[in-house]
Write a protein that binds this ligand. Structure first.
Ligand SMILES: Cc1cc2nc3c(=O)[nH]c(=O)nc-3n(C[C@H](O)[C@H](O)[C@H](O)COP(=O)(O)OP(=O)(O)OC[C@H]3O[C@@H](n4cnc5c(N)ncnc54)[C@H](O)[C@@H]3O)c2cc1C
Length: 455
């Protein structure tokens, strides 16, 4: 039996971050992974979808060249080429990450692990014991009762990132971040796309104003939206699938992608048997990611925090530092940046207006329209930056819609997390012409001295 300071079950964003930071801090670390280090994010999540979105952007550029005086036409998509580009990016990152794990002296164990006691994980009959165990088994794509995923007509994002053809038509079931990103990709690739969402709006965790702008932009792009109506049933044939909605409407498409959320991977791997407290499969933890069992920690999509790679990284680092005795600050989950990388992008940090009011803040808001921003005009994008602030106090939230606004989040995140006020940000000079100027202009306007804005 091998003895470690830290045994980590699952080598995705959360698990490998704990491993890398733990090793850096001098801990003896074992990282157990049944598939490939990098997990969902690298192999079937963040990276492949963002590569597909980049191909989509280039397809739109070719299609719309004439708008910018460029003679170009889109002659079609070469999905082998798209996949080769995407897989090239993944492979490069995978190689780099594997090398990093090796170079830090982490013992990488390939195989399916099971928690067999409070300090031991077993893989293929071999036991790995640790003073500390980190559970980081991540999540899987859920479906609805009676809706069977066959991987051909009815797929999840796992299959969507590997598709080797452009479907003529797609129904995307679920208008959250993943559903909206795939809808955006397929529309750019030339598919007829319909999103079905049971809630009244797309990306319902975002500020309502962002959802409305995304819906408007999607409709303008010709993406069909069925909002506020629930899925009733699906019948598939050889060539297509017909979806019936609870309002009686039926839709037929070549492909149905189910994007109704992700559930924790926590069954049959010993968590229940060891008495770990869970809720609907999620492992419950305190603000330092400690489970109820001393010495067992949990991070990433397995715990009920935001399902984002950078949240997994932060939680993995937190755990490693806590174990090493650095006593790190708990994570402020409100201060985590969030992006939907569709066209247009939606990006935010901090509280929505509704949440700020619910928490009793005296709220003031300001929306700066990107129509007043030179670079936005050059890029031919529309959208806005909305600031939610405490009256005579710090910023509470920043909500953005438009091309490339995800890149503006770095500044928004500093503003929010450093509890800046509009009058602190207003004097900062932003380069002209950049989209970031809109961030400056929004704060100038909120501080009562608008430049390129009315008011
Ligand atoms: C389509 C899609 C797009 C996304 N885009 C983004 C994005 O743009 N930005 C972002 O921040 N997040 C994005 N995410 C979310 C992000 O991928 C996850 O939040 C992140 O991967 C969670 O990391 P994790 O370590 O908790 O779990 P995972 O990455 O799921 O890793 C868990 C690992 O544990 C392994 N494992 C499970 N059980 C066992 C076992 N018993 N034994 C051994 N190994 C096991 C699995 O093989 C897996 O590799 C996206 C997700 C999807 C699906």
């Amino acid at each position: 039996m091998s003895q470690f300071d830290l045994v980590i079950l699952g080598g995705g964003s959360g698990g490998y971050a704990a491993a890398l930071r733990g090793a850096q801090l001098g801990l003896k670390v074992a990282l157990i992974e049944s598939d490939k280090v990098g997990g969902t994010c690298l192999h079937r999540g963040c990276i492949p979808t963002k590569a597909l979105l980049h191909s989509a952007e280039i397809a739109d550029g070719a299609r719309e060249g004439a708008k910018f005086g460029v003679k170009s036409t889109l002659n079609g998509m070469d999905m082998d080429g798209v996949n080769a580009y995407k897989d090239g990016v993944i492979n490069k990152l995978y190689k780099g990450l594997s090398g990093l794990v090796k170079s830090r002296g982490i013992v990488f164990v390939e195989g399916h692990g099971k928690l067999v006691s409070k300090d031991t994980v077993e893989v293929a009959g071999v036991k790995y014991s640790g003073k500390n165990i980190v559970l980081a088994t991540g999540s899987y794509a859920k479906t609805l009762p009676g809706l069977e995923i066959d991987g051909e007509r009815i797929i999840t994002s796992d299959h969507g990132t590997k598709l080797n053809y452009v479907p003529k038509s797609v129904i995307v079931l679920g208008g959250g971040v993943i559903g909206s990103e795939f809808a955006s990709v397929w529309k750019s690739f030339g598919s007829e796309v319909t999103i079905v969402e049971g809630l009244p709006r797309l990306i319902a965790l975002e500020d309502e104003s962002s959802s409305k702008q995304l819906e408007r932009a999607f409709r303008k792009r010709g993406i069909n939206l069925e909002l506020g109506v629930k899925f009733a049933s699906a019948v598939k044939n050889k060539k297509d699938v017909t979806v019936t909605l609870e309002d009686g409407k039926s839709l037929t498409a070549e492909l149905l992608m189910v994007a109704v959320g992700r559930g924790p991977v926590s069954d049959n791997i010993g968590y229940q048997e060891q008495g770990i407290t869970m809720d609907r499969g999620y492992v419950l933890v305190d603000d330092k990611c400690r489970t109820n069992i001393p010495g067992i920690w949990a991070v990433g999509d397995l715990i009920p925090t935001l399902q984002l790679a950078h949240v997994g990284f932060a939680e993995g680092i937190l755990v490693a530092e806590e174990i090493a005795g650095l006593n790190p600050h708990p994570i402020n989950y409100d201060g985590i940046p969030r992006v939907t990388y569709s066209d247009p992008e939606v990006a935010s940090v901090g509280l929505t207006t509704a949440e700020a009011k619910k928490r009793g803040h005296d709220v003031v808001e300001l929306t700066y329209d990107l129509a007043g921003n030179g670079k936005a005009q050059i890029l031919n994008t529309s959208g806005s930056i909305k600031l939610v602030s405490q009256k005579n106090g710090p910023l509470l939230g920043v909500h953005m819609v438009g091309a490339r606004v995800g890149e503006l989040l770095a500044e928004a995140e500093l503003i929010y997390n450093w509890e800046a006020r509009a009058e602190d940000v207003a004097p900062l000079i932003h380069a002209h012409p950049t989209l970031s100027e809109a961030m400056g202009e929004a704060h100038m306007a909120l501080a009562g001295k608008p430049l390129h804005a009315h008011g």
